[in-house]
Design a protein around this ligand. Structure first.
Ligand code: HAM
Length: 408
């Protein structure tokens, strides 16, 4: 609804500004993709792929899915359009609707929007830190204060192999007391046990071994460097060793930012590194790092934290007699052509009602045109903020308004 949309626009405008400041370019990928793309990247044992995707068979028997996230699509497009041939680092951002068949509640919807970004082509830990720095800047510009950054490392396939063996052994002893999903995951993809939301399983999950204790020297060094880079950038964070995220493509750094302004669904955004994803999708080895913000949640958090107001219109034009209508229309057109917003209504009405509408539309100025004004060649310009009224020569009204708006 319009009363909410301006807040969404504000969030999107600030995001675009921040993305431009860090030299990200926009990519627009389709809402529909082949189902196989998500099965291969997000992972066949994840909640997203097993329970939440909107999938259907097309007339030619293709299996298609409404995208549940966009990282897979961005990497697919990167490969399909051979962006890797250009060399260097590609910094891409996107905004748009995603679809997951989850149980709806405040902050969790079946169609939701994400604002996300991906950096392809570098595994430098400074990339991880710089992207987090960018996110902190965005949240601060939106007036958010009560947020926390949680980070972890999920290692690489080499160190994860060792860890998964240990995790599997630990699960063998306890999985009998866990939910059905966890029992299945213990056999197919033990890391996914950490995605479990069943209350009774949480004390068991708390005691499982942590991947951080099994990182190989290279992954440990990468994680140490990310932490040092965050320190240099004065970014506060906490380490959360259970943060493995609900998607299979992650390697090394994973992170989430939670917001105190949200309720149960407090994950404002999440992301991490996915150095093997391009190869998994048939592309050349290409390290990647990115995030997605839940825009619905960001808007909710901004609503709590900041007092944004919609842009007021510059002028509400009031015409008081039939003869004044055409001059009023002419003035409205002139103001709009000179980059000032204006409103004019076409039903005749009393002065009091017109001024009431000028306030309702949050106009900065009301311009009054009646018989006297036409006779004197000077319109009344009323500053709706101060209540002060001035007579301004018709030919100077646009310039007068433009100057006055600059001074506000
Ligand atoms: P994700 O954690 O699945 O990551 O989603 C990112 C954010 O989207 C969440 O933190 C949350 O704010 C929002 N979100 C997820 N599901 C819903 C929902 N049903 N309703 C409302 N908001 C929701 C990803 O999607 C990864 N692609 C992020 C990424 C990019 N990793 C690397 N690059």
């Amino acid at each position: 609804m319009p009363v909410e949309t301006w807040r969404w626009q504000k969030v999107e405008d600030e995001s675009r500004w921040v993305f431009a400041a860090y030299n990200f370019l926009e990519i627009r990928t389709p809402v529909l993709e082949h189902t196989d793309l998500f099965a291969r990247s997000v992972g066949v044992d994840t909640d997203i792929v097993t329970k939440e995707m909107y999938t259907f068979q097309d007339r030619d028997n293709d299996l298609l899915t409404l995208r549940p996230e966009a990282t897979a699509s961005v990497v697919r497009a990167y490969i399909e359009h051979s962006l890797y041939n250009e060399g260097g680092v590609h910094k891409l951002y996107y905004m748009g609707p995603m679809f997951r068949r989850e149980r709806p509640q405040k902050g969790r919807y079946r169609q939701f929007s994400q604002i996300g970004a991906e950096v392809l082509g570098s595994d430098h830990p400074a990339i991880d830190a710089e992207v987090l720095e960018m996110l902190v800047l965005l949240l601060e510009r939106l007036g958010l204060k009560d947020f926390a950054l949680l980070i972890n490392s999920v290692g690489c396939p080499a160190c994860r192999h060792e860890y998964l063996k240990k995790l599997g052994q630990a699960l063998d002893n306890v999985k009998g007391n866990m939910c059905e999903d966890c029992r299945r995951r213990a056999g197919t993809n033990p890391l996914r046990v950490f995605d479990c939301k069943v209350e009774a399983d949480q004390p068991i999950i708390e005691k499982l071994p942590h991947i951080l204790d099994y990182l190989c020297p290279e992954c440990l060094q990468h994680f140490e460097s990310v932490k040092a880079e965050l320190g240099q950038r004065e970014i506060k964070f906490a380490i959360e060793p259970r943060l493995v995220r609900g998607l299979d493509y992650y390697t090394r750094t994973t992170f989430e930012i939670t917001s105190g302004a949200l309720g149960a669904q407090n994950a404002l955004l999440g992301g991490g590194r996915y150095d093997g994803l391009s190869e998994m999708l048939g592309g050349p080895p290409t390290p990647g790092f990115g995030f997605a913000i839940g825009e619905d949640r960001l808007v909710l958090a901004v609503e709590q934290a900041a007092h944004f107001k919609p842009e007021p219109i510059a002028a509400f034009i009031v015409w008081m007699s039939h003869e004044a209508l055409l001059p009023a229309v002419t003035l409205a057109r002139e103001l709009r052509r000179q980059n000032m917003s204006a409103e004019i209504l076409y039903d005749a009405m009393k002065m009091k009602k017109s001024m009431g509408l000028a306030s309702k539309f949050n106009a900065r100025f009301a311009i009054i045109i009646g018989e006297n004004e036409l006779a004197s060649g000077r319109y009344q310009v009323k500053d709706m903020g101060t209540g002060q009224q001035e007579e301004v020569e018709i030919s100077r009204v646009a310039a007068y308004l433009s100057d006055a708006l600059k001074k506000l």
